[in-house]
Structures are given as structure tokens and as C-alpha cells.
Design a protein around this ligand. Structure first.
Ligand code: CYC
Length: 169
């Protein structure tokens, strides 16, 4: 698992260089955004259950076929599996926001996920819609807790959506 700092140091260490202007600038940027990252992680931790529940109900309103007979989230077992997956996405997004690096999403969440989803018939389109709904809810919470520029929150959610949606060959 890497974060913004270890990732940067690694790339300088590989070539035996001291940190230069670019390196220092990106470190500064990371540390300056630290308070906002922690504020968002705090808001997510304190409201995770309600974010998952809200996004889940919105998703099932928008794509009701999912919970009808024949739908992938039909039956309580699969319904709970779906919400559990949403919870995974939210929790790992909060880690990635703190780390300032998306590498842990590859390692812990995305590896082999598309194949698993395809083999179980879990539809990726609606999953992406659900992840985007959680992103919007988190951004609202961040604004309410006084975070000015919330654009950095997009990154982990969009990253997971992009990686999930990539067409398999
Ligand atoms: C931490 C990393 C991690 C992830 C991401 C993860 C995902 C994951 N979701 C699964 C299943 C599932 N995922 C869903 C999800 C959905 N169905 C829908 O219609 C919706 C669109 C969507 C919810 C938004 C469902 C319903 C299943 C059960 C499918 C089945 O068993 O038939 C499975 C198969 C095994 C199981 O049921 O537990 C995995 C591995 N597991 C992990 O360890």
C-alpha cells in the first residue's frame, strides 16, 4: 500500500536524487490539503451507514429492476451483498482520500473485481451509479463541514468507476 509521500520518496530514491522543486511542491500540496482530507474522512466515518443506505435506496428507485425477481440484488442475501459492496467502496474511498494515492484501491478493491462481477452477473452500470451517488453525498457533507474546495473528493470514486467500467477483452 502506498500513499502520496511514500510514492514520491520512492520515485526519488530509485534515481538517488534529493527532492527537487517539483517534489517539494507536490509534498506541499499534499500537506496543505491534509486538514480537508482528514475532515472528509471524519465525516465519512461518522455517517457511513447513512450514506450507504441513502445511496442504496436512491439506486433502487432509479433502477427498480435490480430488486425485482430476476434482478441481481433480488433476495435479501443479494440485497445485503449489494449494500455491503457499497460500504466497501465508501470505506476504501475514505482511505484513499487520506492517503492521497489511488494505489490501495487497485490492491485492495479492484483486483479481479470486474471478473467476479461478470461471472456473478452483477451489473456494472448500476454499481457505477451507486458509487457516484455516494460521491455526491460525501461532497455535500464535506461542504457542510466547512471544506471549501471539494473537488479532490471525486478522485477515488471516479477512479473505481473508471476501473470497473473498463471493457474487458
Ligand atoms: C473489499 C473488496 C471487495 C469487494 C469490492 C467485493 C465485492 C464482491 N461482491 C460480490 C457479490 C455481489 N455483489 C453484488 C452487488 C450488486 N448487485 C446489484 O444488482 C447492484 C448493482 C450491486 C450493488 C450496488 C451482489 C448482489 C452480489 C452477490 C451476487 C451473488 O452471489 O449472486 C462478491 C462475490 C462474493 C460474495 O458474494 O461475497 C465480491 C467478491 N468483495 C471484496 O472483498
Amino acid at each position: 500500500m502506498r500513499d502520496a509521500v511514500t510514492n514520491l520518496i520512492k520515485s526519488y530514491d530509485v534515481s538517488g536524487r534529493y527532492l527537487d522543486r517539483n517534489g517539494i511542491d507536490s509534498l506541499k500540496q499534499y500537506f496543505e490539503s491534509g486538514t480537508a482530507r482528514v475532515a472528509v474522512a471524519t465525516a465519512i466515518s461518522g455517517n457511513a451507514a447513512s450514506v450507504v443506505r441513502k445511496a442504496g435506496s436512491e439506486l433502487f428507485v432509479q433502477v427498480p429492476e435490480l430488486i425485482r425477481p430476476g434482478g441481481n440484488a433480488y433476495t435479501t442475501r443479494r440485497y445485503s451483498a449489494c449494500l455491503r459492496d457499497m460500504d466497501y467502496y465508501l470505506r476504501y474511498a475514505s482511505y484513499a482520500l487520506v492517503a492521497g494515492d489511488m494505489n490501495l484501491l487497485d490492491e485492495r478493491v479492484l483486483q479481479g473485481l470486474r471478473e467476479t462481477y461478470n461471472s456473478l452477473g452483477v451489473p456494472i452500470g448500476p454499481t457505477v451509479v451507486g458509487i457516484q451517488m455516494m460521491k455526491d453525498l460525501v461532497k455535500e457533507m464535506a461542504t457542510e463541514s466547512g471544506v471549501g474546495d471539494t473537488s479532490f473528493i471525486d478522485e477515488p470514486f471516479d477512479y473505481m468507476c473508471r476501473e470497473l467500467s473498463e471493457v474487458s477483452v
